[in-house]
Design a protein around this ligand. Sequence first.
Ligand code: PMP
Length: 411
Amino acid sequence: MSDILSKQEIKELRKDFPILERTVYGLPLVYFDNAATAQKPLPVLDSIEKYYREYNANVHRGVHRLSQEATDAFEEARKKIAVFIDAKEEKEIIFTKGTTEAINLVASSFGKQFLHEGDSVLISAMEHHSNIVPWQIICEEKKAKLKVIPFNEAGELRMDEFDKLLDDTVKIVAVTYISNSLGTINPVEEIIAKAHAKNIPVLIDGAQATPHFPVSVQKLDADFMAFSAHKIYGPTGFGILYGKEAWLNKLPPYQGGGEMIKSVSFEKTIYNELPFKFEAGTPDISGAIAFGAAIDYINNIGIEKIHATENALLQYALQKMKALPQIRFIGEAKNRSGLISFLLGAAHPFDTGELLDKQGIAVRTGHHCCQPVMDIFNIPGTVRASFAFYNTEEEVDRMLKAIEKASKILL
Ligand code: PMP
């Protein structure tokens, strides 16, 4: 395990995030909703302004100087992202609106080409809605079946059930690396190895993993991975689909339009090569450039150090929260990361969240786009505190005080 950031280093790094200095209801903000979206450091904000102020132009289209500068910065970002997830080739990095669009792309294009009546798609019971609904849509269209790997009471996938469900009808497996509602880190290496032993490709939802620790798509041997820039200190509305070149070449385009073609006539259109085949229309140019800036920022700190720092804070928070008998943890996997989902006695999570908010603590409340998970636990939702490297033990202490105050009112 790598060193953690010192208190002084965190203090210095926090200065890069102007929003962390603001107050809510006259109190200093404690931002514990990083799993929903992380805050953005100054170099990311500056990169967006610089693009629009100094070299705003469309990409890949112009010979003029501004267009070349924009194209260079845009493609430079693709290189940084490829290195960040250890992809073999830059062309395996497809720019999308985010995790959601990346999964929709695979579900739609893969489904069109490879799903037939009687086939099935295997997902898990802890998926975000964005890794459920796109598969439901294509399964319905193709008369295929959606099968679901269950989890145990701690929120760990039942791998014995996975083995049974992975039969010859399965054409693709799509699972999350880390659950955004439970914090469980799933054994994706094992899932991928077992699926590959049967020649079944695997899509990994990397939305909650990529912000926290190094993810190598080559080491995992993932066929597809989806993730979002905004959870990794980058801009909203921008994300990535990683796909192995061989798979991406086999899939039909997702959307038609400019950029994704080599030539168009009314008789026949020739599609562009990778990655452009999947990038129809003018892309989010500033989004790509700003995500590149976010990756530079993370690399300057070191993702291993970020992981170790967040893990130390998670353990600190868990240990303190375990001392409060009114807290019920939802999700107690041995292998977990980044977040704590909980309930306060019989109190509704919205009430707890509101009382924490009034004390300056921003946590997420609700089903976290995982209604099936809440149904399994038979609860309306949870309160979720999720951490980033810029969070501190003092902030956790403030949340604990706020929880005790909320308990006095609600319980
Ligand atoms: N999957 C997981 C595990 C997530 O946590 C999220 C965001 N909450 C998504 C998918 C969807 O990401 P986006 O809204 O950025 O497309």
